[in-house]
Design a protein around this ligand. Structure first.
Ligand code: 0A1
Ligand code: ZN
Length: 884
């Protein structure tokens, strides 16, 4: 990257003339610096002569001056590693173009021109999986965020919208199926066994939504009639052997289309909707217009190879990508700082969809768990950023839980404050007003203010301030009045030392201890640093249930007696609050035990309270097993660590496991009985059977901690009796953590049974990498040398190493070897797939919040990575921010 182009960096370098040379910094891109592009590109015609090793791309752009931008007599066409074979303007060879780094600069003096550029690319050499690449013999593309510039020279930014016409040709035997965005308008045979197809997409779109697929694929096809009577052809394209596992994806697509009409009034706008499953993919899936490209993980499922969680994830991701057709495609983003405009909103939309499909209570708990384990650590670490970031060096690093999941929570708060009807009116106004535009988060907020009738003046801070607010709660009682004292504190984050108070909507209820009832839920909005709210009519002090349904993405700090939490865990009528009370009970106990330590009496009292609450949950016949499965889950190590300023992973792990083992022993007969009961329920996709499978393995997890021999026997039996992946994987997960003969047997059996099925073999790697087995780290090292392991497939890399980085006892082993392994991986993977490599950096970046001995080891590994002079922009940015 040419640093001379960035004035701020150049200036810094001059001032430091006597200092040792700085490593080359990729330029910092700032939100404030946005300017519209001087040229419009209303049309683009692309021609692809396809080959796995050699593809020729001819691109013809129709350009005209943008009256809304500053006039320029040049046009900058972004490229990334491209060479222009020829450049023509208005039919004449252009002699006066030049390169600025990777970009092509072309002088243009008239009002409108036609620019033709020819480039040649080698998809087989594209291991970054951005742009046009080869995957299992087929060709496919990934253009978000900046992949189109690896295909051809173009203003590769989301505010340049064009109508695409694409002609593709190639050998018919190799690529019998040729797909692109929009509709196929013509096709034919060519010379020498080639064929061609021409596609036209009538909807103007930015380059990041372009897609092309060529390969030997088959489709599971269906139809959907939209609310205004449009007949849409649906296809799920896969390799022939995968066809039997596509039914769930197709059904999920139909449900998503139906739901978006009902819930948001959004209808599909083409006659064709294609989904293609690809084995090598950096992310989950991509919403290209009319041609979604998916990681196979989020398409393929049947009961023998996919767990219930896999089925749910597929339904959710299919919905997410489909919903982007409106929130992302019809209304797109002006620049990448606005990413949460499409991602936060679309995550909220997919969450609401899944709540309707799978049940609201459990889905809400799952979503909060994801937020806490993935987003909270971002907010409290060196990579903290607002949902609308202010600057970046590499946009791929900002596809984060903050932009996605916290972004969804922020819009959910607007919905909570407005109520569902007014929220819908705000959404309608947003879509109507900005259809066909590249919009901003500010546009969304304004539409909500006008359409939903909300005053969001102060609420805008949620877009600009990073950090998870902490709300301190105290309930005071005197006479017949209960007074709720609330205060908030938004912690400092990198670049944002001082924060302002934000509006925090908290749904609350006050329970009468004697009757176990409350008089109705209320919404309290804390808009100041401190405030108090009085409630009359309480002769006795009530029990407070707060942040019901997790109405605000904050942490709640309060001191409550164990008895109140046991009360709420057993009988709160808000399922989330019930879950939360149980979590609070366990969190406060483990944090105290792993922090300052507990004396015997305090430990016994803490454990007894948890036991009482857990026993009540196990015995509650009115609870469905799916919800029971949530309530019995212990808080994750990550979430527990988040509660401590400086965490000792070893102590937290020991306390958490110790508690689990104690509960497993204390409630052994209850867990055995539960396992026996749910084992009787036959396989089915209905809620009761799914709940049974969930709690079945959870019972084993407690028993494995409390009575390993008994659990090994039961897990072996569960594995052998399993007629579905949920039970089989659950049993194998438990066995993998134990030292028993069945462990090896069943790991071998599982591998043999599924050899050749990539997604299931990923599970086999993961189970060993997340295992509680004391030698897990050695197992991971051996698995890295397994013939099925490769750095070229992101799913496989994640299945081993991402799983390992999330395994606290192995990753944080005292020797520092876990850190070394992840650093070695980052260095080896970076030149192959920078985007995937950079995603491993945050696990080491937590060092400031870890006890000093481990922190030094983690930092040392980050420094070792930073010392490499060949880092990608992705990894460079994450490592320097983590050390900063
Ligand atoms: N927009 C997609 C996410 C996505 C982003 C970048 C990618 O490049 C590798 C791929 C997908 C979504 O939100 O689903
Ligand atoms: Zn998305």
């Amino acid at each position: 990257m040419d640093i001379a182009r960035n004035p701020s960096v150049a200036a810094e370098n001059t001032q430091m003339a006597d200092a040792p040379p700085e490593p080359q910094q990729p330029p910092l891109i700032r939100r404030e610096d946005y300017t519209p592009f001087p040229w419009l590109v209303p049309q683009i015609a692309l021609e692809f002569e396809l080959g796995i090793e050699h593809t020729l791309v001819t691109s013809t752009l129709t350009v005209a001056r943008n009256a809304k931008a500053q006039r320029s007599d040049t046009i900058r066409l972004n490229g990334d590693g491209l060479t222009a074979l020829s450049v023509t303007v208005d039919g004449e060879p252009a002699g006066d173009w030049s390169m600025d780094g990777d970009d092509l600069i072309l002088p243009l003096h008239g009002e409108a021109h036609a620019i033709k550029v020819v480039t040649a690319i080698d998809p087989s050499a594209n291991s970054q999986l951005m742009g046009l690449y080869a995957s299992s013999g087929m060709l496919c593309t990934q253009c978000e965020a900046e992949g189109f510039r690896r295909i051809t020279f173009f203003p590769d930014r989301p505010d340049v919208l064009s109508t695409y016409t694409v002609r593709m040709s190639g050998p018919k035997a190799e690529f019998p199926i040729l797909l692109c965005n929009g509709n196929r308008v013509a096709e034919g045979e060519g010379e020498g066994g080639t064929h061609w197809a021409e596609w036209h997409d009538p909807w103007p779109k930015p380059s990041y939504l372009f897609a092309l697929v060529a390969g030997d694929l088959v489709a599971n096809s269906g139809r959907f009639t939209t609310m205004s009577g449009r007949e849409v052809e649906l296809n799920i394209w896969v390799r022939a052997e995968d066809l039997p596992r596509t039914e769930h994806a197709l059904e999920s697509l139909k449900k998503s289309m139906q739901w978006d009409e009902q819930a948001f009034g959004r209808e599909y706008d083409l006659d064709l909707f294609n989904i293609v499953a690809v084995s090598d993919f950096n992310m989950g899936a991509m919403e290209n217009k009319g041609l979604n490209v998916f990681n196979t993980k989020y398409v393929l499922a049947d009961p023998d190879t996919a767990t219930d969680a896999d089925f749910d994830a597929i339904e959710g991701v299919i919905a997410h990508e489909y919903f982007h057709n409106w929130s992302g495609n019809r209304v797109t983003c002006r620049d990448w700082f606005q990413l949460s405009l499409k991602e936060g909103f679309t995550v909220l939309r997919d969450q609401l969809f899944s709540q309707d499909m799978q049940g609201e209570a459990v889905k809400r708990i799952e979503d909060v768990r994801i937020l806490r384990s993935a987003q909270f650590p971002e907010d409290s670490g060196p990579l903290a950023h607002p949902i609308r970031p202010d600057s970046f060096r590499e946009i791929s690093n900002f596809y984060t839980a903050t932009v996605y999941n916290k972004g969804a929570e922020v819009i959910r708060m607007m919905r909570t404050m407005a109520g569902p009807e007014r929220f819908r009116a705000g959404c309608d106004l947003y879509f109507e007003r900005h259809d066909g535009e590249a919009a901003t988060c500010e546009d969304f907020i304004r539409a909500m203010e006008e359409g939903a009738g909300l005053d969001l003046e102060q609420f805008r801070l949620w877009y600009s301030q990073a950090g998870t607010p902490k709300v301190t709660v105290r309930l005071e009682h005197s006479g017949d009045t209960a007074t709720l004292h609330l205060s908030q504190q938004v912690p400092p984050t990198p670049g944002q030392p001082d924060k302002q108070a934000m509006p925090i909507p908290l749904r609350i209820a006050l329970f009468d201890r004697a009757t176990g009832k409350h008089e109705g839920e209320q919404l309290v909005v804390l808009g100041k640093a401190e405030d108090s709210f009085a409630f009359t009519g309480f002769a006795e002090p009530p029990v407070l249930s707060i942040n019901r349904g997790y109405s605000a993405p904050v942490t709640i700090e309060r001191t409550v007696p164990h008895a109140d939490l046991v009360f709420l865990a057993a009988q709160d009528d808000d399922s989330f609050a019930r879950y939360e009370a149980m979590q609070e009970l366990v969190v406060s106990h483990i944090v105290a035990a792993a922090g300052d330590g507990l004396d015997d009496a305090a430990r016994a009292a803490g454990r007894a309270a948890i036991r009482t609450a857990l026993a009540a949950i196990l015995a509650d016949a009115a609870l469905d097993d799916s919800m029971r499965g949530e309530l019995v889950m212990l808080p994750s190590q990550t979430y527990l660590s988040e509660q401590m300023l400086i965490a000792d992973p070893g102590r937290i792990h020991a306390e958490r496991e110790g508690l689990k083992a104690w509960l497993g022993r204390e409630l052994e007969s209850e867990f055995v009985a539960l396992h026996l009961r749910v084992s009787e329920i036959p396989y089915g996709l209905e809620q009761a059977a799914r709940g049974a499978r969930k709690i079945k393995t959870q019972a084993l997890v407690y028993l494995a901690a409390g009575n390993p021999d008994l659990a090994a026997q039961m897990a072996k039996a569960q594995y052998e009796a399993a007629d579905n992946m949920t039970d089989r994987q659950g049993a194998l997960m438990v066995l993998t953590g134990l030292d028993s003969a069945a462990r090896t047997d069943k790991l071998i059996d599982f591998y043999r049974r599924y050899q050749g099925n990539e997604l299931v073999i990923d599970k086999w790697f993961t189970l060993q990498a997340i295992s509680l087995h004391p030698h897990a780290i050695e197992h991971v090292r051996v698995l890295a040398g397994h013939p099925d392991f490769t750095l070229r497939n992101p799913n496989r890399v994640r299945s081993l190493y991402m799983a390992f980085a999330g395994n606290p006892h192995a990753f944080h082993g005292e020797s520092g070897e876990g850190y070394r392994m992840i650093a070695d991986l980052i260095l080896a993977l970076d030149p192959i797939n920078a985007q995937t490599a950079a995603r491993f950096v945050p696990s080491l970046g937590r060092w400031r919040r870890i006890e000093p001995v481990r922190a030094a080891l983690m930092r040392q590994e980050l420094e070792r990575i930073a010392a490499s002079d060949r880092l990608s922009r992705d990894t460079f940015e994450q490592v320097t921010r983590s050390l900063g």
